[in-house]
Structures are given as structure tokens and as C-alpha cells.
Design a binder for this molecule. Structure first.
Ligand SMILES: Cc1cc2nc3c(=O)[nH]c(=O)nc-3n(C[C@H](O)[C@H](O)[C@H](O)COP(=O)(O)O)c2cc1C
Length: 334
């Protein structure tokens, strides 16, 4: 067994894939084509449920199953108002892995997923919450730093990895995400105790990704410093920051926050509804960019690793490159 396979063994065993490389769910991007291509190339694809209704998720899982010869997972957002119906849809299709994103899993959700026989993978934003999630019985954790694309936490990947891996890597497989663009970084996190990694940005420009050509061009042109985090303008409205390539929509988000803050002031909406409106805004803005190709008015969610995306290439080539780079780095260290 090669060194990389050895270091990834717990990850590949959990996922049932050749490599413990997840393509993190990306709303609108991680649909049947990209997800099946990732899994068929030996990685692990994850459908992004995002704001889909149970009916849409049902159709997407069915279509992905037709194309995928290997395991894939489904990512559900914990604040989705129909979370439990979505869990039922996953159970109906016998989905083997459910990834819960966007905050602590609500009461009963872990149990409901596990009762279906699926493995549960959760995002852990801090060591304390990671410990709590392990005690609640999650099968694996993703730790994602603020270099990542999309919704982000406040701490960098390198610090999260140092805080969480030495304490918890023995207990459950941990996948490191955020800012990974090359295999040398994968090798580093594996040596620190990670069982695998999750990448998003690096896969957006895959040939098999249905992202609009304009969206892919914006990624290929951008450098790391173009992928900036959104700014919170009202302290009462705790919006989760989003990292995206800077464009006109970056400013439009400031206006949206003002509009929602005014609704809060008037008492027209409560905090839960205010946050849902912000999330719907992002879903709509991302759709405009990914599907319609509106790269100025839409949101170009991307991580800092976007600077390492230089061309459109197949998923198989991207995974092969990452694995070769990681293997070479590990060999180099003897
Ligand atoms: C365009 C885009 C959309 C994303 N949408 C989601 C999502 O719907 N749910 C989620 O859990 N993570 C989402 N993410 C985060 C990815 O799943 C992944 O964890 C992240 O991209 C990893 O960091 P990287 O971009 O530095 O590789 C998104 C990322 C991007 C770039």
C-alpha cells in the first residue's frame, strides 16, 4: 500500500472511495454531473441540496444514481425548514452518507439519519463543538477554515487543523477543507492526522461541472486576493460571511443587509426569517452567476485557492494531479 493510501485508509473506508478526497457540496454546481464524475473518478462527490424542496432533491438523487457507479453523499443545510423531510428522501434512496452543514444539527436529526443506516458527517467550527459532535455519535467531521469559498467561519484552516487534529483524529476520521489547491497541502494535513480532505473551488472548472463558461472564466482569471469575505454591516444581524470573487454583487449584498435590518427594526420579520432572507439572497445570487453566467450581478463564491485554478480540465485529471503531488511530497520526506 502506498503511503498516501495508508494515511487515507480510514477516510476511504468510511467513504467507500479510492481516495479520501471529497468534492464539497457547492450549491448549483454540485449536481448530478459533477457529483457522479467525482465519484466515478475515485473521489467522493456530494450533492448540494441547498434550498431544494424534498421533491427536487428526490429527482436529483435519482438522476445521480443513474450516472454514478460509486458511492456519493448528500449535503443538507441544518436551517432548511424541511430538514426532516429531506432526511426521509435520502433514506428512501438508501443514500450512504449525509453531510450536515450550517450550524449545530437540530435535535433528533443525527438519530434520524443514523436510523436510515447512513453515516453522518458534520462540520465542526471549534474544538469544543467538535468534541460535542463526536459525543453525539457523528461518524466523521469536516473542519473548514476561512480560506474556503462560500459560507465561512472566522478561523483559518491551519489553526483549526492544529487545534482539532491532535485531540480528535484518533476518535473519528477528520477531513480538512479550505484553501487546498495542491497535493502538497493534502500530504501535510494527512501527516497531521487528517483522514482525508475536502475541496470545492478546485473542482468548479472541471469539464464535467455545469457551471456557466463565464463563471469558469472568472475563476481562471482570479487570483487568491480577489476572493474576499463579505462584511457584516449591522451588529444586530449576524450574517454568516461569504467568500466570493469581488464584483458588483459584493456591494449589492451591503444594500440587502440594510433592507433586511430595516425589516427587523419595523418588526416585519423576526431574526430567523431575517437570516432565511439573507440565505435566499445568496442562493439566488449564486444561481445567477453559476447558471445564467451573470458574473457581475451574481455571486462568484470562491475560495482563496482560486488562484491555483488555471484551466478547465477533467475531474479525473484534477484528482490524478492532486494524488501525484501528495505522493511526491510524502516520498520526498522519506
Ligand atoms: C461556489 C461554492 C458553493 C458552495 N456551496 C456550499 C453549500 O451549498 N453547502 C456547503 O456545505 N458548502 C458549500 N461550499 C463549500 C464547499 O463545500 C467546500 O467546503 C469549500 O469549497 C472548501 O474550500 P475551498 O473552496 O477552499 O476548496 C461552497 C463552495 C463554493 C466555492
Amino acid at each position: 500500500m502506498s503511503k498516501i493510501d495508508d494515511l487515507m485508509a480510514r477516510g476511504t473506508e468510511l467513504l467507500g472511495s479510492d481516495h479520501a478526497i471529497l468534492c464539497g457540496a457547492m450549491s448549483w454546481v454540485s449536481e448530478r454531473n459533477l457529483v457522479s464524475a467525482i465519484s466515478n473518478a475515485g473521489g467522493f462527490g456530494v450533492i448540494a441540496c441547498g434550498a431544494m424542496t424534498p421533491e427536487l432533491l428526490d429527482a436529483e438523487i435519482a438522476a445521480t444514481s443513474e450516472l454514478a457507479k460509486r458511492n456519493f453523499g448528500v449535503n443538507l443545510i441544518t436551517m432548511h425548514p424541511q430538514l426532516f423531510d429531506l432526511i426521509d428522501v435520502c433514506a428512501k434512496h438508501g443514500v450512504g452518507h449525509v453531510v450536515l452543514a450550517g450550524g449545530l444539527p437540530p435535535k433528533g436529526s443525527l438519530e434520524a439519519i443514523k436510523a436510515s443506516g447512513a453515516k453522518v458527517i458534520c462540520f465542526a467550527p471549534t474544538l469544543a463543538l467538535a468534541k460535542k459532535l463526536v459525543r453525539s455519535g457523528v461518524d466523521a467531521l469536516v473542519i473548514e477554515g476561512m480560506e474556503a469559498g462560500g459560507h465561512i467561519g472566522p478561523v483559518s484552516t491551519s489553526v483549526l487543523a492544529q487545534e482539532i487534529l491532535p485531540t480528535l483524529a484518533e476518535e473519528v476520521p477528520i477531513f480538512v477543507a479550505g484553501g487546498i489547491g495542491r497535493g502538497e497541502a493534502i500530504a501535510g494535513y494527512l501527516e497531521m492526522g487528517a483522514s482525508g480532505v475536502q475541496l470545492g473551488t478546485r473542482f468548479v472548472c472541471a469539464t464535467e461541472s455545469i457551471a456557466h463558461p463565464n463563471f469558469k472564466k472568472a475563476f481562471i482569471r482570479a487570483s487568491a486576493r480577489d476572493a474576499v469575505a463579505s462584511v457584516q454591516i449591522d451588529p444586530r444581524l449576524p450574517v454568516i460571511p461569504v467568500r466570493a470573487i469581488k464584483n458588483l454583487s459584493t456591494e449589492a449584498f451591503t444594500a440587502k443587509q440594510r433592507e433586511v435590518a430595516n425589516l427587523l427594526d419595523e418588526g416585519t420579520v423576526d431574526m430567523m426569517e431575517a437570516q432565511l432572507q439573507i440565505e435566499h439572497y445568496w442562493a439566488g445570487a449564486l444561481r445567477r452567476a453559476v447558471i445564467d453566467g451573470d458574473v457581475e450581478g451574481g455571486s462568484l463564491m470562491a475560495g482563496q485557492s482560486v488562484g491555483m485554478v488555471t484551466q478547465e480540465e477533467s475531474v479525473a485529471d484534477i484528482i490524478a494531479t492532486l494524488v501525484q503531488q501528495a505522493e511526491a511530497a510524502l516520498r520526498g520526506r522519506g
